[in-house]
Design a protein around this ligand. Structure first.
Ligand code: FES
Ligand SMILES: [Fe+2]
Length: 331
């Protein structure tokens, strides 16, 4: 061979050209941060520090102390509801305002108001969420909660996590990619039904054939997303399974996926078996998607043909999550 190649050629997958969308994103399970804990998280190509005060509330701030730059996730301590920097013991509240400086008599009012950027945090259905916005824009919608359980209560049956090498936008785009359901997942026929985009909300309601131990069964899949970070999908036939999926950008080319799968309480053995088969099938499907995601590139102008699904409509709505200058709420 007379041609030499550079030792580490890197493929350009196009993800460095797509920004990270704003929105609510899951960053931890509630039990990972107990009262008095403070932890540093790495997502969105940056870091932030979350702590739980003695009142049980979560608070989140940028990592560096504005006084002299110590990392607030290193050797700092939760004091009451506030966080005390390890370096000179300045103490901050959840708005990033200074509540105490032990060696000075006068704390300037502007430091008391806020001098450390804070992150909106929320806790819903056992997950901790932060609001990410590159310009620190305020939240535009609320974190979605599980739908009401039609009978009894939701029981969390399974939990899964995956770290995948792909931009966050591509993962939820997969649900609009109708043609891959047959080729990748072996599901015959494109899903047909209602696809609705409304402000920050995306909803698909499809009639579908789902695999069960008794063979394929007809049912309804109701998929609801508000913003780029959270999707709640209900699978309804003889039983009712709910999948809460959260996708959180680690950076532009890496995403953390979390799944919580719920069933109804007080099920017969037969219905339990149907549920277990449904959950196995769902996990099998994402495991089939992941190798393709890990290696694909982003195609800004895809060669779409009839039968591909509403990919462009999805992308058009998604572009709103990159509109960082706008203060607009959803129409
Ligand atoms: S650097 Fe944090 S208190 Fe001084
Ligand atoms: Fe898929």
């Amino acid at each position: 061979m007379d041609k030499t190649f550079p030792e580490s050629a890197t493929l350009d997958r196009g993800y460095d050209k797509i920004p990270l969308p704003f929105g609510w994103f899951a960053v931890a399970a509630s039990e990972e941060i107990t009262v008095g804990d403070r932890k540093t998280f790495r997502y969105f190509g940056t870091e932030f520090v979350i702590w739980r005060g003695e009142d049980g509330q979560l608070r989140a701030v940028d990592p560096f102390c504005p006084h002299l730059g110590a990392h607030l996730g290193v050797a700092s301590e939760v004091v009451g509801n506030d966080l005390r920097c390890a370096f000179h013991h300045w103490t901050y509240n959840g708005e990033g305002g200074v509540t105490e400086i032990p060696y000075t008599r006068f704390v300037p009012p502007k430091l008391k108001r806020s001098c450390l950027p804070a992150w909106p945090a929320a806790e819903v259905d056992g997950l901790v969420y932060v609001w990410y916005h590159p310009n620190k824009g305020a939240p535009k919608w609320e974190v979605m909660a599980l739908p009401p359980c039609p009978e009894g209560e939701w029981v969390e049956e399974e939990r899964h996590e995956w770290s995948v090498n792909i931009h966050v936008q591509e993962i939820t785009e997969n649900g609009q990619d109708h043609a891959h359901f047959a080729s990748v997942h072996g599901v015959p026929g494109a899903p047909s039904g209602e696809f609705r985009l409304d402000g920050w909300v995306r909803r698909n309601i499809v009639e579908a054939t789902m695999n069960t131990p008794r063979g394929p069964m007809h049912g309804k899949i109701d998929n609801f997303a508000t913003g780029p970070g959270q999707t709640i999908t209900q699978f309804i036939d003889v039983t009712h399974v709910v999948l809460l999926q959260t996708v959180t950008p680690i950076d532009r080319e890496n995403t953390h996926i979390r799944w919580k799968l719920y069933r109804q309480s007080n099920l017969s053995d037969g219905k339990m078996r149907v549920n277990q088969a449904r959950m196995r099938d769902l996990v099998k499907q994402i495991v089939q998607d992941i190798p393709i995601w890990n290696a694909k590139r982003y195609v800004p102008n895809p060669l779409l043909v009839e039968g591909d699904g509403p990919l462009l409509a999805y992308r058009q709505q998604y572009a709103r999550f990159y509109d960082f200058e706008s203060d607009a709420a959803a129409e």
